[in-house]
Design a protein around this ligand. Sequence first.
Ligand code: GLY
Length: 304
Amino acid sequence: MIVLSNSEAWPGIEETADMLDHGENGLDAILCGIERVEAEPKVRSVGYGGWPNLLGEMEFDGAVMDGDTLRTGAVGAVKNHFHVTRVARKVMEELNHEILVGEGATRFADEMGFQCSNPLMENSKEVWFKKLQEITGESNPDMSKRPLAKLNTLITDPEKVRDTTVFLTKDRNQSIYTATSTSGWAWKYPGRLGDSPIVGAGFYADSRFGAAACTHTGEMTIRANTSHAIVMAMKLGYSLHQAVDMAIEDLKSLRGGFLAGVVIHAIDKDDNYRVVNVGCEGDIKYWVYTSAMEKPQQFIAEKC
Ligand code: GLY
């Protein structure tokens, strides 16, 4: 049994570990943990505490994957609902589709009975508008009719927030699951999807081999299909360590486009794990809990 997650997981990791300890299903356990992260205003890259897009609107992405069936559920650019992993699970369980975005995803969340909320915190609104004013001199917060493409390149993530929360687990039944949740790239162009709702890029799980999930620059992992590449390499017989090395090589060989940091989180079916900081500034921490530990522990990711 194992659960691996990134540093943002602090509000929920203990509950997840506790549920896994009590033999509960891995997907149930990681969603209870993520729900706490999504509701925590101090986590500034996920759920309620996240940052808005260029229009000052919150748009959330999230996904789940069941490694026994390879079914996924994902939602992208969802407004008014920040518990997106719960909505993503409903996509997986109630629909014949794998991904819903925008108005359709919001409509589906409403239909499934999720409580609508206004998820833009007052503080986020103030910071958003202050930054916009600094860059543009704009005094009117209504950006709806303004061209945004130039601003997107000018503001390029003023808070350097392209983070996410990711949870990967193998439960007592040897079933492997992953889940992701994020408010995405702060000040993003409206409708931008990162890697968190893109199967193969931001997450992948296959109970026969292992799982991977990424945080930070989704624009890179989408191109390199990082999470699937890692699981595929393990399928081909490479060790977890080698599989992650191969994915790092692919990320490092990207040319053009937006290039920055990525953090890879990966587990194999034997409870080995590896977390690598590929080019992010500073120390990046993560959480891990296995049957051999008394409680979840935090470590610093290896750097490369
Ligand atoms: N990895 C999160 C994002 O790119 O939105």
